[in-house]
Design a protein around this ligand. Sequence first.
Ligand code: ZN
Length: 399
Amino acid sequence: MKICIDAGHNDRGHDTGANGRKSREQDITYGIASVLRDILTANGFEVKMTREKQSDCLGTSLHSSLAQRAKISNAFGAEYFISIHCNASESEEAEGSETYVCAFGGNAEKLAKKVQEKIITRMGTSDRDVKTGNLQVLRETYCPAILVETAFISNPSEEELLLNKQQDFAQAIADGLFEHVGHKKENVTVSKPRTIYKITDTYKQEIYPPNLGFCQCDCPKNNVDVDNYFNAGFFAWTDKGTIPVGNLVDSGIIYAQSKDNPSWINVAGKELTTLYVKNDGTFGISKMANLENKNIKTAISGIPITRNRKQVSMDEIKSEGYDGSELYNTWHNFLGISGNDIYLVAKKCAYEEMHWLMVSLGLTDVVKLDGGGSFVLSNGEIIETTDGNRRINNVGMWH
Ligand SMILES: [Zn+2]
């Protein structure tokens, strides 16, 4: 029996899929599709993939990409067409699996019901049911065709399922097909998907350590008159303006150190994880409350995320006086070390994924700088910002 498997979307260009926090829809759909291909082939089915390779891009526009998928299926003489997608929503809460057919009443609906049932049972996702949709790939294919919205890539816990349980999604779809066509399945060992994951919207800037600097501005962030900068230190409001919180040194001048922080500041007096560059060019990350007489040229404290490639626990973070709420899901700036360089990383993420991201970027030791209102300006161009033009105390810079 001939089955056409459509890994939804293209690798790049037009017809790209939705983005999760860690992954892209087009990578997930390819991962599931390639395992499904292996299962079906091992069970004696003849399979055609619309995207043979993960890097394939079909058509020259959204419309022609979809048209080409149907054409490939029709030319192959497929008896069933299965398109694999991930759902996405503005709301992180949206969840569940659903399967589309062009119209009710035919063989496609029967197959869709079996596949839907197997996914719900195997994956434990909520049942959004079989639905009709006037979708181009379903409309233009000659054979019974279904489109599976496996789960929501925009929902953090479902994204974990999509990343880690691709074999189960593929097996559920295969089991639905087997039951529908009355195939007695052979239990075959199928290898894991060999999917390449691309981290999206991540900015990594190499900074030669002697070129790292900080500038106290105490002004609205958009008014900072520097070409390359990022939101840096935590700060607090006083009746005289803003003051830096924790440790901050630039050009050998100590602007703040936790031993001198006013007692109403949470981190006052604590040994704070601090990234420093000394006058002789050596640099590192270590805990300090007092920065005097240490030959420090530049330094800033931040929330420790990764130390010697290991994740820093929330308990340890709290022991430095932070309360954990600084790590919510927004744009964050990180300073990290890799080999002989310091890197600035800007990324929208939450605590659970920060460490994983930093290690995957090759960083061995990382602190997180101020979060809210994160802002990166490179060569005069705004790379990423959150809304508002709020007053900030200081920014990091590089030359
Ligand atoms: Zn899609």
